[in-house]
Each structure stands twice: as C-alpha cells, then as structure tokens.
Design a protein around this ligand. Sequence first.
Ligand code: MN
Length: 412
Amino acid sequence: MIDQTHDPALKSWVESANRPDTDFPIQNLPYATFCRRGEERSRLGVAIGDMLLDATEAFDLQSMHRVMSMSHSARADVRRIISDYLAHYSTGAERFLHPISGVDLLLPTDIPDYTDFYASIDHATNVGRMFRPDNPLLPNYKWMPIAYHGRASSVIVSGAPVRRPWGQIVSNPAGPPVYAPCRLLDYEVELGAFLGRGNPIGESIPIAEAEDHLFGVCLLNDWSARDIQSWEYQPLGPFLAKNFATSISPWVVTMQALEPFRCAAPPRPEGDPSPLPHLTTAGDGAFKITLEVWLRSAAMLDPVRVSRGDFSSMYWTLAQMVAHHSSNGCPMRTGDLIGSGTVSGPERGNRGCLLEITTRGAEPLQLPNGDVRRFLEDGDEVILRGYCEAPGFRRIGLGECRGVILPAIAAP
Ligand code: MN
C-alpha cells in the first residue's frame, strides 16, 4: 500500500538524505545489521542518507530477524514510526545516528536456507542456446520457476573477497578431468529476496499470500565457475560451481519501500501456456528495479559499467517463486534467501553475466584501458548497483554489492 511514507515531498532532518543522488532518502529506509567499531554486539540499523539510525537503541528492535518475523501489517507500522522519527526532529535524536562509513556492516541476518531460481527467460534462452542451439529452453521452463538449492554457509556480505575456487575441469573432451583452479570464473547479477514469515512443513503458501511472506530485497552476485559447472551440472544441477561464494549487499530494501515501483509482469508471448492456477496471480506482481554491473580490473582506477538490466522483465515473479517453492509443503523459514536468477534482457547491453556477454569467451569484452575480458581475472572487482525510479515518486537505491577476486590458493 502507498502511504505517507512514500510521499515524494517528505524530507528528513538528516540533511544527506535530501540530496537527489542518495540511495537512501527517507522514502527508502532499508535495514542493515551492523557493529559499532570495537563492539562485538550486532545491532539493527536503518539507512538514512549517509547515516545509519541505530534502531536497536532507538526502538528496541533487537535484530533483523525480529522485524522479519513480524506480520506484514506490523512491519508497515514499524516503517511509519521510523519514517515519522526521521521526518520530525526531536531533541537528542542524533545520538542514535552513526556515519555508515564508521561502522562494520554484517550479513543482514542468519540465513537458514538459500535457493537460486532461473527466472529470466532471456538468460535461460541465451545460456540454453550455447548448449542446445536448436532447443534452448527445456519443456518445463514455461510451467514452473526452475531453481536449485544453494548453500547458505557461503553467502557473504559485500566487500568480502572471493577466492578463485579449485575444481574438476575437463579441458580436453577426450581426456580425463583435472583438479585445477577455475579458469572460467563469472558473476551473475541477481535480485535476492528474504522471507519474512515462513510456513509449517506440509502446508503451502497460497500465491495470493506469497508477497506477505516476503520481507525485502537485496543485490545478489551468484559467483559461478563455468568450467566446473559444465562438467558437473548433469544430472542433478549446479553444485561446487556455485557454492564456494554468493555475495549480497548489506541493505535490505523492504517490500513496502518497493510499492511505488510495482508494475505488471510482461505479457506472455502468444503461444506460451498460462501458469497453472496455483501459480496464477491477480494484479501487478513485478517490480521495476534497474540492476547494473560495473567491473574494475586491478589496473583500472574507476570501474566501467558492463550491463544494465530490468528486474521487471523476468518471466516469473517473486510471488510465483515463493508459491512454487512451498507448493509441495516445503517449509520456508524466516530469513531464507532466494535468488531470482541472472537478470538479463534481450540486448547485449543487458546480459547479466560474462558467459552471455562474451558468448562463452568467443566475443571478448573490451575494457577502456585496452584490456579484454572473457571471464574474471584475479584482482577484478565486480560491483552491482540497483535502483528504482517511477514518475511521481522519489528514486530509491539498493546500494552496492562488491567483491574482489583473490588468486586460487597454492595446490591444496
Ligand atoms: Mn544464479
């Protein structure tokens, strides 16, 4: 629901929140989990401009989990209280503010389970075509949001470096695999979504209620070892090619904050099946979120943008992913993370991973300093950025998700 917290005229007494280019105006209010330097204890924060409001001290909200497990309407109440607090100065309120640059941002919450979807039909088609030129999409693609179970233990927060993994690689199709450092290391730009309330085992979340079970979204980089992936992925799907690291941004932008950017999912092309009733939604189920990938090699001072995609172009919506995931009675838990799948579009400029941009290395990416990239090299930094814009509303941002590639360890 749109309410007074979305009013584009609303301003904060925290001056940096009123700058037009901030990701965190008062209309956004994303949550983060942080530590004050020198303290062990983690706290819940709310970003406002370049500051973080300590919501643990100011509102006695002990953790992200505490807010995530509230009902949809209680969470909306908390948002209104925080918005009001940051709109109207009260004496001494600044004592709960810390510069974002002066705190340690942690993983937003303990993540019980992580599932990665494959919901962009452009991504699935581009990748499928490399392996099956005549038949890029498998027959189930248009009937269900395809996913695999990921690994929660290797989800890391933005800024943590990523070590190039070792794995089994087949470089000569006639010979045996070798155990070696990954040579075809890639990123995938995705939207992450956190579950709010879950469901008991044996029960499912009806599609009409699925959005009430979503807490908010973040940026997600599903680092991928393509050479390990192509050897291991049949018959059971990705395993070690994906579970060595997944980076997420520290900011969780709530579903309430996204409300002004809600839109209709793209119409299904003629001839595509309608979803089955348990995956059919009424109303607008997509969100207009622009996702950008920036790349900076060790030799470059400034990163360069390599793609820009639109989350609202996905074939499956977040609600459909949640409904499908629980449709067999699988229990979803508070704090579960789902990845949308690589967000790609129809043009080269909106392909969300190097595998697609370079057609598995055949068409290298030219960097401004003359270097080329087929896949990631040691020292490369990948920076994801996201933001939402809509006429009549304040622009909000998702912040950044960064990660630098470290060399593989010496032979283990
Ligand atoms: Mn992925």
